[in-house]
Design a protein around this ligand. Structure first.
Ligand code: ATP
Ligand code: MG
Length: 448
């Protein structure tokens, strides 16, 4: 993309309404624009990152054997009356009446809708296990929307639902989700720690929230510092292997790590003092086994192998896709702007032409642009007639991990400069070498 033809409404001033760095940078970098409280338009740059994050979530869910689909945003109140949640959900639910005076709502989550689909089409244990998921906009009329996309009213969420014939089978689905979530967050360059959470009114021990540590997080968390040493890495996990998935769960959840809702002072104090940590965290996901709550209320049963009819065991599993943009920025920025991990960057690298209009510089930039594009890469070429300082500031703000700088002086010696946004280090090399290097950096991802 040539910047002169793109839509990147960068702001010079820091918007006064933004209290945290991710919100400030998302506004300043022209990624989002508030439409009304807690509701945002996704401008082209923000939309690109949103889609990259969404894509990682899709890939990891499908790797785990979970099946994508799409349910609507607007739902009928009748299903929610069946489960009893139409009255229970309270003021966070946006209720709508259509022209025929029917009660509708903008879905805050989808347990009812998916259970309705299940009961209409599945009747036998032979069709299980089954996990269906979608990535769709949700609406919750949050009392205090704030921090930009972190706590919106309209937000984009992956929600998945497992259906299993028994509790044991459903717990395997739970473990499988934990593994797939660890993989997803790590691919986004995040460490998200599974922490024991509160089952809420449904109760039960089987729920974990995934938290990214950040001073601006809304949750207070308590953990054994040993949990931050764990990484999933590129392990080859067989998602059908019950023991393997169970082992990962145990490895990642056996140490103390809890939100304030489940915090236990006595257990916490049993951790060696130098490993006790209290911090803030951003909740980027939650997994949940809730048994037969919805299947019993809504009559979703299956025949077992010995002919009995039993309510199906279910769980639901959510990832805050739009909130993740904020979480990634909170975890990866400096005082000049965002620093995107390569896996979610909106463009693979920037090209800065120091002297637009100089025949040689323009030709070198065009050639770089074409070589990178031919290799399947997506560069952003700043071809505006702006001064160099302004171009650098824009590139730093929008956070592309790599920048190739082209100017008449370097070209006299046959070189351009390749700069890492993260380290600030620059290296001179021929344009061909710069292309090769950038291509190599992204090569492992291209094959994923
Ligand atoms: P919170 O405690 O932050 O209100 P929640 O526990 O109610 O969230 P879940 O129902 O677990 O949320 O939803 C799954 C994920 O969706 C959360 O882990 C979070 O990442 C994201 N999410 C929830 N509410 C919002 C919101 N208002 N804005 C953006 N993302 C959200
Ligand atoms: Mg939650």
């Amino acid at each position: 993309m040539r910047l002169s033809r793109y839509f990147l409404p960068v702001l010079k001033e820091t918007p006064s309404e933004a209290q945290i760095v991710s919100h400030r940078y998302m506004l300043r970098a022209g990624m989002i624009k508030q439409a009304s409280a807690g509701i945002y338009s996704w401008l082209p740059l923000g939309f690109k990152v949103l889609k990259k994050i969404e894509n990682i979530v899709h890939e990891e869910q499908q790797r785990a054997g979970h099946i994508p689909m799409l349910m609507p945003t607007i739902q009928s109140a009748d299903l929610w009356r069946e489960s009893g949640r139409y009255d229970d959900y309270g003021e966070e639910m946006l209720r709508i009446t259509d022209r025929h005076n029917r009660d509708m709502l903008y879905g805050p989550t989808n347990e009812e809708l998916i259970t309705d689909i299940f009961r209409a089409h599945v009747g036998s244990y032979k069709d299980l296990p089954l996990t269906l998921y979608h990535i769709q906009w949700k609406f919750r009329d949050e009392i205090r929307p704030r921090f930009g996309v972190m706590r919106g009213r309209e937000f984009y969420m992956k929600d998945g639902y497992n259906f299993d014939v028994s509790k044991d089978a459903a717990l395997h689905a739970y473990n499988r989700h934990l593994v797939s979530y660890l993989r997803s967050y790590e691919r986004m360059g995040l460490q998200a720690i599974p922490m024991r959470a509160d089952g809420g009114p449904i109760g039960g021990d089987y729920t974990h929230e995934f938290l990214v540590l950040a001073d601006t997080g809304e949750s207070e968390v308590f953990y054994d510092s040993a949990v931050t040493d764990l990484t999933f890495g590129d392990r080859d996990i067989d998602y059908d292997d019950v023991a393997q998935c169970q082992a990962v769960l145990e490895e990642f959840t056996s140490r103390y790590a809890r939100t304030d809702e489940t915090h236990d002072e006595a257990l916490f104090n049993a951790i060696p003092e130098d490993r006790r940590r209290t911090a803030r965290g951003i909740e980027v996901g939650q997994i949940f086994y809730f048994g037969t709550k919805y299947s019993e209320a809504m009559g979703a049963t299956v025949q077992t192998a010995d002919g009995k009819s039993v309510p199906v065991h279910m769980g639901s599993h959510g990832i805050g896709v739009s909130r993740l943009l904020g979480a990634i920025i909170e975890a990866s920025h400096d005082d000049k702007g965002i620093i995107w991990p390569e896996s979610v960057t909106p463009f693979h690298c920037g090209i800065v032409n120091l002297k637009q209009g100089d025949a040689e510089a323009d030709a070198a930039c065009d050639a770089l642009y074409q070589s990178l594009t031919a290799l399947g890469l997506d560069p952003l070429y700043d071809d505006r007639s702006e001064r160099a300082g302004g171009k650098f500031a824009t590139m730093d703000l929008i956070g592309l991990p790599w920048r190739i700088t082209v100017g008449p002086r370097g070209l006299k010696n046959g070189v351009v400069e390749l700069t890492s946004r993260r380290t600030g280090e620059s290296e001179e090399m021929t344009p061909e070498m710069a292309v090769e290097k950038v291509a190599k950096i992204y090569a492992p991802r291209a094959s994923m």
